[in-house]
Design a protein around this ligand. Structure first.
Ligand code: GCO
Length: 455
């Protein structure tokens, strides 16, 4: 079913097809108009952290080319855009002085979206913590959660009248575990105690952020974007099944349980609770406020087996081999059925509001040849995964929209500019944008929705 029209017919007319980006990955202009450094500026300028020392100084130069980029979205036929707002542009030191010029940029961007009839889905935190907050401990400090609340309030007071939806955080799994336990993302910590502090304070910041949104812009649907892992046991053995449950608690439960149940998972707490920071009275109520929607970012399954090592730290799992030998250029297994089982499993475990797939996509690095980018494997990936979303809708799950990651090739964090996820190719020497084969296909699909002409 490669014909976008046939695929489109499987979705309700009000379904939303959009494209997604994040500030640090595309904007560049890291020193312009009063912006100060964030933890990703520092991290990427530290030798050995990011592929070939790449950084976000220029990226896709979107800060200067935003109008042309919004035209591109419109020309592709896409009518929803998920982007993030850079805290270091708005409050350059994290606390203290507000930089109105930073707010002006997003003001213009949101107006630009409205002018073009594109829906605006904003994310408040996509990993660019103002560097000055590291002086207090960054996400390992409770004060950062309150600094985030103030930032959220400012942004929502200025933009809330025109946003179609807002997410507090993007993928706290990355800004907590990947950044503080595995050391792969900024600030590059490898420390369980720091990570457990970052975990609770990030959850708290999410809740305080929801408070801020409700106070100053209650009309904007508030949500949270989670990269829930589709955890699959490597075998049917009892040990591997128990490992999969522990992996669920560690990778998903520590975010889903506080937000959707008001508590941390039991086994996780038994194993690591004594190393958590103090959970103050009222914290869990703040964290578990009702949300209007949640976002799921999905790319690849997580296959796990039991780690038999004596005294292995929770969740005591090791990787199990992939079942599909199809991999993207970043090495991630392609296995669309895991998206289906993931959504089923999460709605089974939790009472969840409506869902947007806020990211899904594939890394393939082919370049431009004769003015074209032939990225058929990416097109196939989209077709298969969007087909799964249609199946989920058919089964009654409240899937409301789908955002492709990403609009264009961009700074892929620790992988620098080497790994390309765009529907649009970016030549970083000239900043030329070339819509890939997948982008044309996706645009055709998207153009049938969002006030479009389906049916
Ligand atoms: C994410 C990310 C993106 C990544 C993408 C591919 O939220 O993980 O938002 O920033 O580029 O996931 O790794």
């Amino acid at each position: 079913m490669t014909d976008p029209k046939l695929l489109a017919a499987r979705f309700p007319k009000d379904f939303l097809f959009g494209v997604a980006t994040a500030a640090y990955q595309i904007e560049g202009a890291t020193k312009a108009d009063g912006r100060k450094a964030c933890i990703w500026d520092a991290f990427s300028n530290m030798p050995g952290r990011v592929y070939q020392g790449h950084n976000g100084d220029v990226a896709c130069d979107h800060y200067n080319r935003w109008e042309a980029d919004l035209d591109l979205i419109k020309d592709m036929g896409v009518s929803a855009y998920r982007f993030s707002i850079a805290w270091p542009r708005i409050i350059p030191d994290g606390t203290g002085r507000v930089n109105e010029t930073g707010l002006d940029f997003y003001d213009k961007l949101v107006d630009g979206l409205k002018d073009r009839g594109i829906k605006a889905y904003a994310t408040l935190y996509h990993w660019d913590l103002p560097l000055a907050l590291m002086g207090d401990g960054g996400w390992a400090a409770r004060s950062t959660a309150y600094a985030f609340q103030r930032y959220a309030k400012l942004v929502m007071a200025r933009l809330g009248d025109r946003l179609d939806a807002v997410a507090t955080f993007n993928e706290p799994w990355c800004s907590v575990w990947l950044s503080h336990l595995y050391g792969i993302h900024a600030p590059g910590e490898r420390n369980m105690d720091a990570a457990l502090h970052a975990l609770h304070y990030t959850n708290l910041a999410h809740g305080l952020g929801v408070d801020a949104i409700r106070q100053v812009a209650p009309q904007v649907p508030a949500g949270l974007v989670l990269n829930a892992h589709s955890v699959i046991a490597g075998s049917d053995s009892a040990a591997d099944k128990a490992a999969a449950e522990r992996a669920h608690q560690f990778h998903n439960g520590v975010f889903f349980d506080p937000v959707f149940k008001g508590e941390y998972p039991a086994e996780f707490m038994e194993a690591l609770g004594d190393r958590m920071p103090k959970i103050e009275d009222g914290d869990m109520e703040i964290i578990s406020q009702k949300l209007d929607w949640w976002g799921l970012n999905y790319y690849t399954p997580m296959r796990v087996a039991n780690d038999p090592t004596e005294g292995a730290e929770f969740p005591a799992t090791v990787s199990a081999p992939p079942v599909s030998d199809v991999k993207t250029d970043i090495g991630w297994e392609v296995y669309a059925p895991a998206l289906k089982s993931l959504v089923e499993n999460l709605y089974d475990r939790y009472t969840l509001p409506v869902c947007y797939i806020t990211e899904n996509g594939a890394c393939y690095n082919m370049g431009v040849e004769d003015g074209e980018v032939d990225d058929q494997p990416r097109l196939d990936y989209y077709k298969d995964h969007i087909g799964i979303v249609a199946d989920l809708i058919g089964d009654g799950f409240p899937m409301k929209g789908y955002f492709a990651w990403s609009l264009m090739d961009n700074f892929e964090w620790a992988e620098g500019y080497k790994m390309r996820f765009g529907l649009v190719h970016v030549d970083y020497d000239t900043q030329t944008r070339t819509v890939k084969k997948s982008g044309k296909w996706y645009g055709t699909l998207a153009s049938l929705f969002g006030g479009g002409n389906l049916g």
